[in-house]
Design a protein. Structure first.
Lengths: 123, 320
């Protein structure tokens, strides 16, 4: 058990190193670069003409259904991982395999249903 | 916990993180140039322009850091760091040689890697939203949609390898690798690699940064150092993706003469060949439209990945 947490503490140290790296990069960047702001420079870039309307434009969110689908499927797939490590172990074998096909069947039917309903169309 | 040992590993992973992406970038300059009948950069550093990216870095560091007036300042400035750091974290758990040839072994390696890599997209989304620019917003949303679509086949393909090996640990997977896994897992390997390309927004899946439609997507408003960090994130992503594909599907350090301590050469060689393929695809394929990208993920890659899982399950139980 101590080894288990040791692994993640090293990963945590990597994160600290990464944050330090970015902090040093940003701080030294501040020392190296010029700061000459002008009004034109600070405008939002819109191909050279003055920006039109709201900065946060209205866009059609076409894929919230994709997002739902993704959440459902991803949560399902998470269950595959613990199962994957044991399914071929002695004492499991055929029965677990049938269970897997039922599981995959559910996923496929869900995907087919979404497909037939036309939610996989972007436009 | 040996302090010196851990410190060495941290330094090593940082050095790899800062040099390998540059190597890939320089290779891309040269390979693309020769595939297109040019010579590429020739002046910086003297010999075939080897220092071109160092020169680029110096240029980026000296450029003014413009934050548009309309932008959400803090989020805008933080976004490059959020995009970059996940790849650094992933790098330490990728094994390159046998018997502890890994920055840090983690029991649930695959799980950790997939979870952390997914976090990188937050950087693009933050940048896209905080820029307060219509092109950036579109780019950020496209990036996110692409991640949502391609994360699933990637997850399923990785699950297939975990089933084959019976473990979630990355070194454990490579240790149980046999050569015939390559034909057995080939569909999963292709799905994983293609999905990884799409998550990195590499051509032909680069609609989120399509210059002819939306300038440079979420990175339109970025200049100087912060822009450089976004670029570094892309190339670090290539390194991580090629390393992971090597470890999961191509047997990592296995190969002739690997017993004589040459295993790490095999890992590097396989990853380098994959990186070459990534560059090759950029030169040879036209960009897909956003709707084509989404359709490809849901109607081609996901069914293929499900099929691979079924195949892996059946073969594994039969040979037991």
């Amino acid at each position: 058990m101590p080894d288990y947490f040791h692994g993640y503490s090293v990963v945590g140290l990597v994160a600290v190193v990464g944050v330090l790296f970015v902090a040093v990069a940003f701080a030294s960047g501040r020392l190296l670069r010029p700061v000459v702001p002008t009004r034109e420079k600070m405008l939002t870039y819109e191909c050279g003409v003055d920006p039109v309307g709201e900065h946060w434009a209205h866009t059609q969110v076409r894929y919230y259904v994709y997002a739902f689908l993704y959440v459902i499927f991803a949560v399902d797939s998470i269950f595959l991982f613990p199962w994957a490590t044991v399914f071929a172990a002695p004492g499991f074998g055929g029965t677990t395999l049938v269970e897997m096909f039922i599981f995959l069947g559910f996923l496929s039917v869900g995907l087919l249903y979404a497909w037939k309903k036309g939610v996989l169309e972007w436009t | 916990m040996d302090v010196l040992d851990v410190a060495l590993r941290l330094v090593a992973v940082l050095v790899v993180f800062l040099t390998f992406p540059l190597l890939v970038g320089q290779t891309e300059h040269k390979v693309m140039a020769h595939m297109q009948g040019r010579v590429g950069p020739m002046y910086a550093g003297g010999f075939h322009g080897w220092a071109q990216l160092v020169a680029d870095g110096v240029k980026f560091a000296q450029k003014e850091d413009v934050v548009p007036d309309g932008a959400d300042r803090r989020i805008f400035q933080l976004a490059p760091a959020v995009a970059l750091l996940p790849y650094l974290l992933v790098l330490i758990v990728i094994p390159f040689g046998p018997d502890g040839g890994v920055g840090q072994e983690i029991d649930a390696g695959i799980f950790f890697v997939l979870a952390v890599m997914g976090a990188g997209v937050l950087g693009s989304l933050m940048g896209g939203w905080a820029s307060a620019n219509k092109f950036s917003l579109l780019g950020g949303l496209r990036t996110t949609a692409q991640l949502i679509a391609y994360e699933l086949p990637m997850l399923l393909a990785a699950a297939s390898v975990a089933m084959a090996a019976g473990t979630l640990s990355l070194p454990g997977i490579v240790e149980s690798f046999e050569w015939w896994w390559v034909p057995w897992q080939i569909i999963g390997a292709l799905v994983f690699f293609i999905a990884g390309l799409a998550e990195l927004q590499r051509p032909p899946f680069d609609a989120p940064v399509a210059d002819s439609e939306i300038i440079f997507g979420a990175y339109t408003e970025y200049t100087g150092l912060r822009f450089a960090l976004f670029l570094l994130a892309e190339y670090a992503g290539i390194v991580v993706l090629c390393g992971l594909t090597t470890v999961l599907f191509l047997g990592g350090w296995h190969g002739p003469f690997a017993e004589d301590g040459m295993g790490w050469v095999w890992t590097l060689l396989k990853a380098a060949i994959l990186a070459f393929v990534v560059i090759w695809l950029r030169v040879s394929y036209p960009r897909l439209r956003e709707d084509q990208i989404m359709r490809f993920a849901w109607t081609t890659l996901v069914p293929l990945a499900l099929f691979q899982i079924a195949l892996t399950g059946v073969v594994k139980v039969v040979i037991q």
